[in-house]
Write a protein that binds this ligand. Structure first.
Ligand code: SF4
Length: 242
């Protein structure tokens, strides 16, 4: 994955209203059509910057991705990727999670945090998939959302990345934070952010959009100290500090 090189981190005064390329006030006044056009520019620039952007959770099947996504709650993808190889080898099918002793599952996912709840979810998930879906991961939002430990965000991850179904936009902390900084939404609630983003972007772009924002949030638009001087979006971002 291409990463933008952070340039100078020296503290600069925020730009004045007169010199700012795209101000917060403009973002507030922006028409839906103008915001859509700006979202398109943002997408294209990020796509050029991160051409290999993809789901950071290692997986080779829908079941593996579903399990990894459940484990990623309140945990880094890197940590999840350290835990999942052993887990996937030990439980290759949904029924294996259903049959696993809870204590054993807890031990295997312990380092991802909230391990008791996560182990219970994996066991329940295995049972539900084995009993109601022939051991397969279903391909609809309605069927996924009722599975143990699976909310809309997890369902979106699985649909988009395992099945290439753009059902919605995955809104994690990076996606929410960057979308607000970019003035594409003024909402805090992830489901409301998702609705705003779905209205701005063509459906075919929904899954990749999340990956692009996540990559940019990790490399450049860092939570505590965004590297605006090194950012390809600075001219179209109302929060730019350059
Ligand atoms: S790094 Fe700065 S310019 Fe780039 S998206 Fe974040 S706040 Fe905007």
């Amino acid at each position: 994955m291409a990463k933008a090189k952070p340039q100078s981190t020296a503290k600069k005064a925020p730009p004045s209203k007169a010199t700012r390329a795209f101000s917060p006030a403009q973002a507030r006044r922006e028409s839906r059509a103008a915001k859509r056009a700006r979202a398109g520019v943002i997408y294209d620039r990020l796509h050029a910057q991160y051409p290999d952007s993809h789901c950071a959770l290692d997986h080779t099947s829908a079941l593996e991705l579903l399990v990894a996504t459940v484990l990623s709650a309140q945990c880094t993808d890197k940590r999840v990727n350290m835990v999942t190889p052993a887990l996937f080898a030990r439980y290759p099918e949904a029924a294996a999670y259903a049959a696993a002793p809870l204590g054993e599952l807890e031990e295997m996912v312990k380092t991802t945090g909230f391990f008791r709840n996560k182990a219970k979810s994996l066991q329940g998930l295995g049972s539900a998939l084995a009993e109601k879906h022939g051991g397969e991961v279903p391909r609809t939002m309605d069927e996924l959302r009722v599975l143990p430990g699976v909310g809309r965000k997890t369902a979106n991850v699985v649909l988009g990345n395992a099945f290439d179904i753009n059902e919605g936009v995955v809104v994690d902390t990076h996606v929410g934070r960057l979308s607000r900084r970019l003035g594409l939404t003024f909402e805090d609630d992830p489901e409301k952010v998702e609705i705003d983003l779905m209205a701005l972007l063509p459906q075919a772009r929904w899954t990749l959009w999340s990956h692009l924002l996540i990559d940019h949030g990790r490399a450049v638009c860092i939570a505590r100290k965004p590297l605006c001087a090194a950012c390809v979006l600075s001219e179209v971002c109302p929060s730019s500090e350059v």
